[in-house]
Write a protein that binds this ligand. Structure first.
Ligand code: F6P
Length: 543
């Protein structure tokens, strides 16, 4: 950041802190009473997608200062560098080009052919599995798929395949991620080895859990199909095809993507093969087109009308100015039930950092904790805390204008619940209102007074709504790209590298060193701490 921009950014932060101190004391009820136009003023649209953040504790001055902060943080320059393929992942000296997978406009010329060929290869494979042109060892079609992967090589394919289940007309897809043997055991129940294609999805092809699960499935196939047949039942998606070949995956079943695709941004690449198998080429291409629509908007729209930028700025306001440490993600859509886990990785692996790009300690809090689940079920689980808990947890809700399945009446009930929750969170119900309602219902005044503190909801709790026409391949791609760009913009404002994940490495390294000891084999325990030694001994391993 230039010195001039750093000064501008500091001025914006100071102005935001002043606004925040003022707004913290003003109830959302008052903000709405003062300004009935909030819904129009604090919302932004991209086609049918509306981001309504009118129930955030913001005013016009705060919003202007947030946009000024984004400008001073050089969002436009960082965005353009990422889109142009500069090595914005500085700690790994890599470009970050998942956007190039969705629109050739964002693909540097030297990788355009590679992207096109790689996409054609895995989509043709998906076509051929779906049509039965590529068959199992017994020359009959594959009808079941086991997808093995971890983190970004699992969550994207899993979340999108579930989200687009109404479009699924290909083989049945099951996902295995955890190394807990229960995961594989349960996924294989009812699977016929003769009909089963296994996809090993791993960018590095070194992830221990993925490889151990792949070995186990290979053994399971060998046992029932014989030693020669398993290979024709295996496929891989990876940026390390040589390692997949070494494992034994036939080259014609191996689909690669570039090093410049981060694991948690990889569902647009061959790592999305499971989705393509489930929904077919056309829906997969629509999914890419939806993402490209968001990319083009992100690229072209001015900051104050830019949906991912405003989405990110609302998050910065919540986290850094209001000081709220969590975000609940609540899709009012059963098929988005895996979205919270997906966004958890996207946001927390990208922005759960404590140093800047330059390796200096960050000066402000970074990623909040993301959690959530599909409503309305979660209204009867964690919403109590959202309404009356001692922490304020802002909620991001996702709602469709129309159902996918024509069940209009159910969908209207769902919509009413979403609107009701955002309203109850923002406006609450005062003790006086509780008392009046109870008296009108025939309660005696003593009981009404005694129960009013319990039944009162203070309100003043923020939430935002993402509203779109319906969940389909296009709108899903657009939504996922929106979340990706939000994480990127937020990381830029905090001055961090959103594209590495060194924090995950140490645990992997220690687990490898501990495994022989857990197995009870000889090993060096001298450097271990007493707590680890005590647990090892509980497990029956170690000294
Ligand atoms: O959890 C760390 C991580 O490196 C993720 O970023 C990645 O998505 C996951 O492991 C799986 O890695 P791979 O695709 O190389 O198996």
């Amino acid at each position: 950041m230039t010195a001039a921009n750093a000064t501008k950014a500091e001025a914006a932060w100071s102005a935001l802190e002043r606004e925040g101190a003022k707004l913290r004391r003003i109830h959302l009820r008052s903000l709405f009473a003062e300004n009935p136009d909030r819904a129009a003023q604090f919302s932004v649209r991209l086609d049918d997608l509306l981001f309504d953040f009118s129930r955030e504790k913001l005013n016009a001055d705060a919003l202007n200062n947030l946009v000024a902060l984004a400008r001073a943080a050089g969002i436009e320059e960082h965005r353009d560098k990422m889109l142009a393929g500069e090595p914005v992942n500085t700690s790994e000296n890599r470009a970050v080009l998942h956007t190039a997978l969705r629109d050739s406009r964002f693909a540097p010329p030297q990788i355009q052919n590679d992207i096109h060929n790689s996409r054609e290869q895995f989509l043709a494979f998906a076509d051929n599995i779906r049509s039965g042109a590529v068959t199992a060892a017994d020359s009959k079609p594959f009808t079941q798929v086991i997808h093995i992967g971890m983190g970004g090589s699992d969550l994207g394919a899993r979340m999108t395949t579930r989200a687009l289940s109404p479009d699924a007309d290909g083989p049945e897809i099951r996902f295995v991620s955890n190394i807990d043997p229960a995961a594989l055991h349960d996924a294989l129940i009812g699977i016929d080895p003769a009909r089963c294609l296994v996809i090993v999805s791993s960018k590095t092809f070194t992830t221990e859990e993925t490889l151990a699960n792949a070995q186990a499935v290979r053994g399971w196939l060998e046992n029932s199909l014989g030693a020669d047949a398993w290979q024709s039942h295996f496929a891989a998606t990876t940026s390390q095809p040589a390692r997949a070949a070494e494992f034994g995956v036939p080259p014609e079943h191996c689909f690669h993507y570039g090093e410049w695709v981060g694991g948690r941004y990889s569902v647009w690449s061959a790592a999305g093969l499971a989705l393509a198998l489930a929904v077919g080429r056309d829906a997969f291409l629509q999914f890419l087109r939806g993402a490209a629509a968001m990319d083009n908007h992100f690229h072209a729209a001015p900051l104050h009308e830019n949906l991912p930028v405003l989405f990110a700025l609302v998050g910065v306001w919540r986290r850094n100015i209001m000081g709220w440490p969590m975000v609940a993600l609540v899709p009012y859509d059963e098929r988005l039930e895996n979205l919270a886990a997906y966004v958890q990785q996207l946001e927390m692996e990208s922005n759960g950092k404590s140093v800047t790009r330059e390796g200096r300690p960050v000066r402000r809090a970074t990623s909040p904790v993301f959690w959530g689940g599909a409503a309305t079920g979660v209204q009867h689980a964690f919403f109590q805390l959202l309404h009356q808990g001692t922490d304020i947890v802002p909620a991001d809700m996702i709602l469709a204008r129309h159902p996918r399945d024509g069940a209009r009446e159910h969908h209207q009930i769902l919509q009413a619940h979403c609107l009701a929750q955002t309203r109850a969170l923002a406006f609450g119900r005062s003790a006086e209102e509780v008392r009046d309602i109870m008296l009108a219902a025939g309660s005696d005044p003593d009981t009404a007074d005694r129960l009013a503190p319990h039944r009162r909801l203070q309100g003043d709790r923020p939430s935002s709504v993402l509203l779109h026409d319906r969940l389909d391949a296009f709108s899903l791609g657009r939504l996922v790209a929106l979340f990706e760009h939000r994480a990127f913009v937020t990381g830029c404002i905090w001055g961090i590298n959103s594209f590495d994940q060194w924090g995950v490495e140490l645990g992997k390294e220690i687990a490898s060193a501990l495994l022989p000891l857990v197995r009870g084999e000889d090993g060096d325990t001298a450097a271990l701490d007493s707590a680890t030694l005590a647990l090892l001994s509980e497990l029956g391993g170690g000294e």
